[in-house]
Design a protein around this ligand. Sequence first.
Ligand SMILES: [Zn+2]
Length: 76
Amino acid sequence: MENKQFEISLKCLFCDCELQGDTEKEYSSGDMLECQECGELNDYDALIDVAADEGREVAAKYVNEEIEKMLKKAFK
Ligand SMILES: [Zn+2]
């Protein structure tokens, strides 16, 4: 199977804009990420939870599409 990269973005839990994390800094559990739009502090762990959920959804959709394609080929 080809290697597909999923684009998951971290979104502010308060205003839903995309968070621009400091690329120089490595965030870890317990950190707070400040939103550049609304200035609210986002809990890293909560962000990861949301991103993981989003990732599962994207992955599931992708897998379903691949299976559909395979089935279509198989029955041609
Ligand atoms: Zn925000």
